[in-house]
Design a protein around this ligand. Sequence first.
Ligand SMILES: *[C@@H]1O[C@H](CO)[C@@H](O)[C@H](O)[C@H]1NC(C)=O
Ligand SMILES: *[C@@H]1O[C@H](CO)[C@@H](O)[C@H](O)[C@H]1NC(C)=O
Length: 540
Amino acid sequence: MGLRSHEQLVVCVGVMFLLTVCITAFFFLPSGGTDLYFREENSVHVRDIYVREELRRKEQDALRRKAEEANPIPIPKPEIGAADDTEGRRIFVKQMIKFAWDGYRKYAWGENELRPNSLSGHSSSIFGYGKTGATIIDAIDTLFIVGLKEEYKEAREWIAQFNFKESAKGDLSVFETNIRFTGGLLSAYALTGDKMFLEKAEDVATLLLPAFDTPSGIPYSLIDLQTGRAKTYSWASGKAILSEYGSIQLEFDYLSNLTGNPVFAQKADKIRDVLTEMEKPEGLYPIYLSMDNPPRWGQHLFSMGAMADSWYEYLLKQWISTGKRDKRTKREYEEAIFAMEKRMLFKSEQSNLWYFAKMNGNRVEHSFEHLACFSGGMVVLHAMNEENSTISDHYLTLGKEIGHTCHESYARSATGIGPESFQFTSSIEAKTERRQDSYYILRPEVVETWFYLWRATKDEKYRQWAWDHVQNLEKYAKGTAGYSGIRNVYDERPEQDDVQQSFLFAELFKYLFLIFSEDDVLPLDQWVFNTEAHPFRIRH
Ligand SMILES: *[C@@H]1O[C@H](CO)[C@@H](O)[C@H](O)[C@H]1NC(C)=O
Ligand SMILES: *[C@@H]1O[C@H](CO)[C@@H](O)[C@H](O)[C@H]1NC(C)=O
């Protein structure tokens, strides 16, 4: 019995061996005579095909390897609060940037933005409906600054082959295109000296020029780059918007200076001249302006936030970026802020929180927007550049108070993150009870103000507040392959909106990285940030 089963085993193994040999031979033998024939008759041709196939396979392997290396890199989810020194915190922010970038790269490359939970592309109406890689162009200076070299190189290659005119479809926002695309490319050039970026910046700005073809020179809000047709927003009753036409000058002046092509600076100067001529009601600038020549103000709405904000910012920064030679701009900035302090600055009753209210005619609305929190950083930057110490001290104090108010709007929510807009009433301060104002979309303005305050005062609390925000982003805004906005900051388990804004890279990540860096990384006496946080060189 034992012997027979042994024999069976031998037979079995033998049969299996033969089978294996047959199957292997079937796969490895040449598949037909034609190959052999060609190999003799036309060996060069055949070798070419083989070499090419081999190359293609190698290329595909390399690409796959690269994608595997770069993408699902399971960046170890760092312990929240693990980093307790400045360098550790800076590295932590860099890892966040890498994680968010890898997700975009893997799931939305070339699209405007990423949906970090749906793992697909996202776009918003400001970009029209083309695929114009907004995240790549908005992020590239940040990638460079934080030293993500491979990522920077890949972004650069994409931009080098990118044709904005061919890719852009539908109506684009002139303002957003200018601050993100022109601004991002100018900044990449300023940081690297790579001429390709400057050429691309000029291409983008040139495509925007038809929007300035109006009776007064005040540009339209929207433009179709294919046709050059420009228009105002349908909801703006034919009017232009202060923050939009007022935030052109930094980019256009810088571009003219770098290229020697004066047309851009001329467009920006025209807008400034028109504004200088206008009568300002009590020194204030209303949000809406007609497109006529001469133009007329629309409804008397005044704000430090949406639709006004970066106009004030650009007055100050224009003065700084020209090496403080432009005295007219300095005077107009001071007059504007002085008028707003007089009419619109309030202090809350219970906690003495300072804020700029909004005004409609003489009616005051006691609310302050997340966007308006940038004003703390703006007045601090003024203080840092002001020779008169009385004025400088005054604005440093104002900046600290606004930085504090905006921190309160964060501290008074369940997530530690502040809402889009908050109110001051007899019952609430720096909070909102309006559901529609309770969201957070990765906006940078509060961290931006803390960054300027850190540089100006070296008070550690600003770094701590920024670190708290990092931890809250990890807790509430981190999605599957990137970071997302949240729908309600007062909800302990907030729903995510599934959008990773391009300004997360351009602004929030950059300010977070810089607040944990030394002052010689983009020193403020040599660089000025546009309103999308793209740094330009000051022209001393
Ligand atoms: C650019 O600005 C610098 C510094 O103000 C100036 O010297 C130079 O002439 C400007 N270049 C052009 C082309 O305007
Ligand atoms: C500084 O500014 C204050 C307030 O505007 C003014 O009263 C004062 O004369 C100025 N000081 C100098 C030295 O210019």
